[in-house]
Design a protein around this ligand. Structure first.
Ligand SMILES: [Ca+2]
Ligand SMILES: [Ca+2]
Length: 88
């Protein structure tokens, strides 16, 4: 992902590379949110679009957190070899 964005392969994302990312995102957002296809977003279209994006991202993040938790529990359920169970 990072390497795809780093178009000149110098190991950094510079302003130009970043602005290309955002332009592409903005473009996609525009197409997704512009319900009446007049090539501009009304306040309603913008807010609805932002709402959809944030719900989508929220769901994704929730699932990622769930995965992370499941992984942590997996590790917990395995007996720790290096450290004996501590007393509280
Ligand atoms: Ca670069
Ligand atoms: Ca529109």
């Amino acid at each position: 992902m990072f390497k795809e964005l780093d178009t000149n392969n110098d190991g950094y994302l510079d302003e130009k590379e970043m602005s290309e990312v955002f332009r592409e995102r903005a473009d996609r957002f525009m197409r997704m949110a512009d319900r009446d296809r007049d090539a501009r977003l009304s306040q309603t279209e913008f807010l609805e679009g932002a709402d959809r994006v944030s719900k989508f991202l929220g769901r994704q993040m929730k699932e990622e957190r769930k995965d992370l938790k499941a992984k942590k529990n997996e590790q917990k359920s395995k007996p720790a070899e290096s450290s004996p169970p501590g007393k509280k």
